[in-house]
Write a protein that binds this ligand. Structure first.
Ligand SMILES: [Ca+2]
Ligand SMILES: [Ca+2]
Length: 428
C-alpha cells in the first residue's frame, strides 16, 4: 500500500481540459456566476436526493442503500464498461453530480463519499454545486489503491478516489485509525468541488473570491524563494520535487488547502510516525495547530466550513459497541468523530451512540440501541409515524418500541429532548 500517497497529482490538467471541452459543448461562453456572501447560503447540509415529503416538515431526509442504481448499462461509454453502480447527487439546478463505483467498493463507502460531498456543498453557495453539475463533475471510485496499476487509464475519468482510501465512519479502518488505509475522501472530494465548482486561479468557476483566498493562504504557506520549497514554510516539507511537479501542472493551491481541511477535521491526530499532518508534510496535525501554526489557512477554512460536520454520517453495519462522538484519547477514532453531529446507525447490531456537546440528530438501526445525546438539545429521528410506536418513560430513560418489524426495534434513549417521527415531533 502506498503510504505516501498524496492524492492524484496528475488530474488537474485533465480537469481543466474536461471543463473547457464541456463548456464548449454546452456553448457556455458566459462569465461564471458569482455567488453571494456564503454566510447567507443554507446553514446546514441537506440531502437533495431525499425527495420524499414528510407530514413533519422538520423530518430530515437521508440517502440510503436503495438510492444506489445497480445497472450502469444506460450510461454508455467507460461508465458502463468499468463501473457497476452509481448514485447521483442532485445539484440545485436539477442536474446530477454522479458518483460511480466498481464492484469492490461497498455501498457504505459509496454513501460516505456522498455524505462528504453533501457536507461541502451544503455549506457552499448553491452556485458551486450547480456549476459542478454543468461541468459534468463525476467522482469515480475504482477498486484497489491509487496507482496500483489495476485500473485501465480510460476508466480513470473525472475525480478518482480508490477503494483502499475510503474510510467510512464506523468501519474497521476508521475505528482502528489504520493509516495503511488513510482516508483520502475529504481530500479527493474537495479536489472535485474546488476544480469543477469553486474554481482555481487558472480555471475560474463559480466562486473566484474564495479561490483567491485559498491561493493567498497557499502562497503564505510556501517560502517566497522557490529553491527553499520543501525545506522551509508551513507545507510541502520534505517534498521539494513533488511541489515542483504540482507547480508545473498548476495544482499547488488545490493540494495545499486539503492539508488544512484534513487537519482541521482531526484526520491526522492519530498519526504518530511524524509530527503535523499529511504524513508530516504540513506543520499542523490538529485543529488547534492549524489555528496556531497556519492562521491564514485556519481563517480560510473557517470562512466557508463550519466547526462540525453537519451532513448525515452513517455508521458501518459491522460496527459493534457504543460509537463515541466526544474526544477520548484512549479511542483515537474520536479525534475524527468529535466533529460529527448527525449520525445514523445502520445494519442490525445492538449498538449504541454516545453524543457530544452539539445538538445531535441521531438515528438507531434495526437492532436494540442505547442512544445518549449527552449535552445540547438532542433529537432521535425514527423511520415511521408516531402512531406506530409505544413510548414509555422511567426516570431519565425513555424507551421507544416500533410496532413495525425489522425497522427501528426497541431503543433506550437518554438525554434526548425531541422524538422525531415522519408525522410530528414529540417531547418525551
Ligand atoms: Ca449532544
Ligand atoms: Ca433500533
Amino acid at each position: 500500500m502506498a503510504k505516501r500517497t498524496r492524492g492524484t497529482t496528475t488530474h488537474h490538467k485533465a480537469v481543466a481540459y474536461a471543463i473547457a471541452v464541456s463548456a464548449l459543448l454546452a456553448g457556455a461562453c458566459q462569465a461564471p456566476t458569482t455567488p453571494g456572501d456564503p454566510s447567507t447560503s443554507q446553514a446546514a447540509a441537506a440531502s437533495p436526493k431525499a425527495t420524499t415529503t414528510y407530514a413533519n416538515e422538520s423530518y430530515v431526509g437521508f440517502v440510503d442503500v436503495q438510492d444506489i442504481v445497480r445497472d450502469t448499462s444506460a450510461l454508455g461509454g467507460p461508465g458502463a464498461k468499468y463501473y457497476t453502480k452509481y448514485l447521483d447527487y442532485t445539484a440545485p439546478n436539477g442536474k446530477p453530480i454522479r458518483i460511480l463505483a466498481q464492484s469492490e467498493v461497498t455501498d457504505e463507502q459509496m454513501l460516505y463519499t456522498y455524505s462528504v460531498l453533501d457536507f461541502y456543498l451544503g455549506n457552499l453557495p448553491a452556485e458551486v454545486a450547480s456549476k459542478m453539475a454543468d461541468n459534468q463533475a463525476t467522482l469515480v471510485l475504482p477498486n484497489g489503491a491509487d496507482r496500483d496499476g489495476g485500473t485501465p487509464q480510460e476508466a480513470l475519468f473525472g475525480q478518482n478516489l480508490h477503494y483502499a482510501e475510503i474510510v467510512n465512519v464506523g468501519s474497521a479502518w476508521y475505528v482502528g485509525s489504520d493509516y495503511e488505509h488513510r482516508d483520502a475522501t475529504f481530500e479527493e472530494v474537495f479536489h472535485m468541488v474546488h476544480d469543477y465548482g469553486i474554481g482555481t486561479t487558472t480555471s475560474p468557476q463559480a466562486y473566484p473570491e474564495l479561490a483567491g483566498r485559498i491561493a493567498a493562504a497557499q502562497q503564505n504557506a510556501l517560502p517566497a524563494k522557490q529553491d527553499e520549497w520543501g525545506k522551509k514554510g508551513l507545507w510541502g516539507l520534505g517534498s521539494a520535487d513533488w511541489l515542483k511537479e504540482l507547480s508545473q501542472e498548476g495544482s499547488v493551491e488545490q493540494e495545499y488547502i486539503v492539508a488544512a481541511i484534513d487537519s482541521y477535521y482531526g484526520l491526522w491526530e492519530a498519526y504518530k510516525e511524524a509530527p503535523g499532518g499529511m504524513w508530516g508534510m504540513y506543520v499542523a496535525g490538529t485543529r488547534q495547530e492549524v489555528k496556531e501554526k497556519d492562521p491564514k489557512g485556519y481563517e480560510v477554512v473557517t470562512s466557508f466550513l463550519p466547526t462540525h460536520i453537519n451532513s448525515w454520517m452513517r455508521v458501518d453495519p459491522a460496527f459493534e459497541g457504543t460509537f463515541q462522538m466526544s474526544r477520548d484519547p484512549a479511542q483515537p477514532y474520536t479525534f475524527k468523530s468529535q466533529y460529527l453531529t448527525r449520525l445514523v446507525l445502520t445494519g442490525s447490531n445492538n449498538t449504541g451512540v454516545q453524543g457530544n456537546d452539539q445538538d445531535n440528530l441521531l438515528m438507531g438501526n434495526a437492532g436494540e440501541n442505547v442512544i445518549d445525546g449527552s449535552t445540547g438539545t438532542n433529537t432521535v429521528q425514527l423511520r415511521g409515524a408516531s402512531s406506530e410506536y409505544t413510548i414509555s418513560k422511567e426516570g431519565d430513560t425513555v424507551t421507544v418500541k416500533d410496532s413495525v418489524p425489522d425497522r427501528d426495534g426497541t431503543d433506550t434513549l437518554r438525554n434526548i429532548q425531541v422524538l422525531r417521527f415522519t408525522d410530528q415531533d414529540i417531547t418525551p
